[in-house]
Every structure is written in structure tokens, then in C-alpha cells.
Ligand binder design. Structure first.
Ligand SMILES: [Zn+2]
Length: 329
């Protein structure tokens, strides 16, 4: 029987210590795994041969979004998942050559075999437990301590971007490849609440509506995000995407409440159809398309419509801001 020990390698065996930060450790891991794990080697080759273009604002030529076409991503973008089907994250289904590193008691961090980012990783729960933000938040806050400024950690909700909604997982990757995380510094917030220690901003950009939360310690992010989730829906988990990263001594999170998972163009008949299925990476400005024809057709105006459709609609957003202001103002 396969055990987790078969699939885990120590940081020492990789020639690192945790003090190096997760980025250098996992770059070594990916280099080693590329030679042993054919599917990862194939995914990395697809990423290296990807086409990329920038969508700019026609009014001022500022870069809005990076569009990237990666072959082999169609299954991720168009997946319709079956709760009783094959789970690629369960230990019995991992290929024997796949190895990662342990993170705390319950997570194993592996290279993502279908990468869309440099140093793209998946942090997988050792048990088959459902994807859920409240369970992921403590792991994400802990991981943030080991990420340097070159990395970010993200969560995709089970109904809005998670490729395995039935098995808890988070992802990590190169931060500089998500354009929004730089653009956000110069945005004018719609709402700005809090004090110097903890701050919440509501922002709108290019059709997207989202929150930026900043705190002094990683652990302070979790209760604020949990409260925002309760305001969105006190019962079921509201559909959201979340990205966490660090800037010097500040810990930052963007929370994207979603109106819907897929834009209307996804459901159009061919040839009008566009296969775009936004998750955290797309909401943060790196839009992945698997098909060449979609890469050619998508421009800034189409992308703004897509973002508008999958973000919270007017009324829901403004009702939410009233509640956020009453609580944090
Ligand atoms: Zn599973």
C-alpha cells in the first residue's frame, strides 16, 4: 500500500532548510521532479511554449490583463466534475514518481503538473475532505510566513475555479505573474476602513469588484476574511477566490466574491463560444485560455465584460458594502 512517506521528500534531502523560504525549496523540488515525472515535464514544456499577450486600456495604454494560451489546459477550463468520480489528489491515485514536501501535519506540497505560473505548487490535504475556505485559511496564513515576497498563496472555491472541489487544496506560485497585485497599489478605493494595524478596502477595477485586506500579522487576516464570508452568506460557503501575499511587513489578501463561475460566452454555440473559466489567477489578472482561437479573439472589451459577469452584480455589491461599513467603519 502506498504511504505518504513514499510521496514526501525532506527539505534537507533537497539541500535546503525552511529558513530558505518556500520559493527556493520548491524550485529545487520542481527541477528534480521534472526528470522523474513525465506528466510534470510535459506540463512545464506546455508552459514554456505558451503564447502571451497584454490587454491594454485603449484610453491610456495601461496594461490591464495578461492573456496566456497554454495547450493542455482545456480539461481544467471546461471540467464538469463528478463527486463520486476519480480524485487526482487522493494518495492512491498519485503516480508513484510524484513527490512533494510535507507542510505541518496535514498538508503535502507538490509541483502542479499543469502549471500556469512559475513555481506553481499545489498544497494538498492528506485526507479526502471537501474544499472549504474555513479549513484552508489557517494553512494559508501559516504558509504565508514561509513565503517570501516572490510568492503568493491562493484559494479557489469549490464552485468557482477549484479543479478538485471534493478534495481540500490550495495553490502557490510566482507573485509577479499576477498583474493585479502590483496594480492594486495605485488604485483608488471605493471604501477604505480600519486603522494602521488592520485595513479593508473595497475596490473596482476593469469590471471586477473585490476587497483588499492588509494586516500586520498573517493570522489577523483569517478572522476578517471569515467575517466577510459570513456577510456574503451566513450559511453555505459563498463562491469566492482569494489570494494572499506579503509586502515587507504587511500581509495582504484580495477576496473576490463571485456572481457566477463562468461567463455567458462559455455557453455560446461554436464558433462564438470562448473557453474562459475564471479562478483566482484569472481574477488577479492572468487569464488562461486553452484554445488558440480564443486567444486571438479576446480583447480588453471582451475581458471587461467577462469580469463584470462573474463578479458580484450592482445591488448585491452595494448591499454588501453597507454591511461591511457598518461592521468595520
Ligand atoms: Zn481525494
Amino acid at each position: 500500500m502506498t504511504t505518504w512517506e513514499n510521496h514526501l521528500i525532506t527539505t534537507e534531502a533537497l539541500g535546503h532548510s525552511w529558513d530558505d523560504g518556500l520559493g527556493p525549496i520548491t524550485r529545487t523540488l520542481i527541477t528534480q521532479q521534472r526528470h522523474k515525472w513525465p506528466r510534470l515535464a510535459h506540463g512545464l514544456t506546455n508552459l514554456e511554449s505558451a503564447r502571451q499577450k497584454q490587454l491594454t486600456d485603449p484610453r491610456n495604454q495601461k496594461v490591464l490583463v495578461d492573456l496566456i494560451q497554454i495547450s493542455g489546459r482545456y480539461d481544467n477550463a471546461a471540467a464538469m466534475l463528478d463527486p463520486h468520480g476519480f480524485c487526482p489528489l487522493c494518495i492512491e491515485n498519485l503516480p508513484s514518481e510524484e513527490q512533494g514536501i510535507a507542510f505541518e501535519e496535514r498538508l503535502a506540497v507538490f509541483p502542479n503538473p499543469n502549471p500556469i505560473l512559475t513555481n506553481h505548487l499545489v498544497g494538498v490535504h492528506k485526507d479526502h475532505v471537501p474544499q472549504e475556505l474555513r479549513s484552508c485559511l489557517p494553512h494559508m496564513a501559516d504558509l504565508l510566513k514561509w513565503l517570501r515576497e516572490d510568492m503568493m498563496v491562493l484559494y479557489n472555491g469549490p464552485t468557482c475555479g477549484a479543479s478538485s472541489p471534493f478534495h481540500l487544496h490550495i495553490q502557490m506560485g510566482a507573485r509577479e505573474e499576477l498583474p493585479l497585485l502590483e496594480q492594486i497599489q495605485s488604485m483608488e478605493p471605493e471604501l477604505s476602513l480600519g486603522d494602521s494595524g488592520e485595513h479593508i478596502y473595497a475596490l473596482q477595477s476593469f469590471g471586477r469588484r473585490f476587497f483588499l485586506i492588509s494586516t500586520g500579522k498573517p493570522i489577523q487576516l483569517s478572522p476578517i476574511i471569515a467575517e466577510l464570508m459570513d456577510m456574503l452568506d451566513p450559511g453555505e460557503e459563498a463562491p469566492v477566490n482569494l489570494v494572499l501575499w506579503r509586502d515587507k511587513s504587511t500581509n495582504l489578501a484580495t477576496l473576490f466574491p463571485r456572481g457566477r463561475h463562468r461567463p455567458s460566452c462559455f455557453y455560446l454555440p461554436e464558433p462564438q463560444r470562448l473557453v474562459v473559466s475564471p479562478g483566482s489567477v484569472e481574477m488577479a489578472g492572468l487569464v488562461v485560455v486553452p484554445r488558440a482561437e480564443d486567444f486571438e479573439r479576446i480583447d480588453a472589451s471582451i475581458m471587461e465584460t467577462i469580469y463584470r459577469e462573474v463578479s458580484l452584480p450592482d445591488e448585491a455589491w452595494h448591499m454588501l458594502l453597507t454591511r461591511v461599513e457598518a461592521r468595520f467603519g
